[in-house]
Design a protein around this ligand. Sequence first.
Ligand SMILES: NC(=O)c1ccc[n+]([C@@H]2O[C@H](COP(=O)([O-])OP(=O)(O)OC[C@H]3O[C@@H](n4cnc5c(N)ncnc54)[C@H](O)[C@@H]3O)[C@@H](O)[C@H]2O)c1
Ligand SMILES: O=c1ccn([C@@H]2O[C@H](COP(=O)(O)OP(=O)(O)O[C@H]3O[C@H](CO)[C@H](O)[C@H](O)[C@H]3O)[C@@H](O)[C@H]2O)c(=O)[nH]1
Length: 329
Amino acid sequence: MKTLVVGGAGYIGSHMTRLLLDQGHEVRVLDDLSTGHRGAIPAELLIEGSLLDPAALDQALETSQADVVIHFAAKSIIPESLSNPQLYYQTNLSGTMQVLEAMRRHRCSRLIFSSTAAVYGTPEVVPIDESAPTRPISPYGRTKLFMEQMIADYAAAYGLRTTSLRYFNAAGAHASGLIGEAHEPETHLIPNILRSMAQGDFTLQLFGTEHPTADGTCVRDYIHVQDLVSAHLRAAEHLANLPAGHSDVFNLGLGHGYSVLEVLEAAQAVVGREIPRQIRPARAGDPPTLIANPGRANQILGWHCVHSDLDTILRSAWRWHQGPGFTST
Ligand SMILES: NC(=O)c1ccc[n+]([C@@H]2O[C@H](COP(=O)([O-])OP(=O)(O)OC[C@H]3O[C@@H](n4cnc5c(N)ncnc54)[C@H](O)[C@@H]3O)[C@@H](O)[C@H]2O)c1
Ligand SMILES: O=c1ccn([C@@H]2O[C@H](COP(=O)(O)OP(=O)(O)O[C@H]3O[C@H](CO)[C@H](O)[C@H](O)[C@H]3O)[C@@H](O)[C@H]2O)c(=O)[nH]1
């Protein structure tokens, strides 16, 4: 395949880029490096620019001659979406519309899109399947739901073929130890725990111990980033055989959840030390429990998690956090 990875210098996008290269596909990356890293991908693949700039998108589609666009670029910090929704509606909604318009101009018809479990809001039933009500409780989740709907409308009207993948909690790092999660600020649980262990002077803030869960802390479905990106490859191949106008949605998760305290205990076992922690009030916009039913992706895409046991996730992330990180930003 000839592919364009939009947001390919970010955490998940850089693992996607690596997998595509390893499987012999052609890859170009469009990224403005706002939260991504130059050192996360081979330098010659990068087209530095914003998805808000039609000229940058034209250049990226022209250079790549892509038959598939994989779209990761977005703002994705839930608390920031509450304090600065403008940034989210602009980057996520306007940006996605620019991607769709550029695909129309260049007659590129296949799109794989990064959606999120945040579209479900606070679910009534877990595990969550794709037919569950979508009632997002943050501007971030609302932008992702609108993006899904915009993409499906474009597919139906303009003959695109599209797949929205609703990720649960991406975690872990590449087995090579060369790429991993490096956000600044870092808001995610597993990198924050491991950073506290690697740097020694960092206390983990534990948000909420009175949620309606078995131990009072939030339960999440952690999926290894390498399992996550392998589902994109399956989805891109699957779309090739579907008719113009087709759009679909799949949950990507393991189908099993761990509480924050269970993750802390497992991390202590991996690292062999106690984790400094401070109990804080619950974070706004945090649903108590999010667990995927990944059955649809298992059946239709023939995709299954192979790296997503918690120990493998934590060991791969720990290896990454002990290394030098990216040498350039
Ligand atoms: N990390 C998770 O657990 C998780 C869960 C659900 C969904 N997602 C979604 O997956 C996608 C990737 O997440 P991530 O954790 O890798 O995030 P990330 O911030 O590491 O990656 C996003 C990439 O997009 C780039 N980007 C942002 N704005 C851009 C713009 N205007 N023009 C060009 N490039 C731009 C950034 O520089 C970065 O390289 C996002 O869409 C996110 O909403 C992530
Ligand atoms: O330093 C921290 C970080 C997180 N947590 C807690 O750990 C759990 C997991 O939090 P993360 O920030 O790691 O993940 P989220 O479930 O909040 O967010 C993830 O899933 C969302 C979908 O619900 C979005 O898609 C988002 O982009 C993605 O990162 C939450 O209960 C959170 O309160 C802490 O206690 N301390």
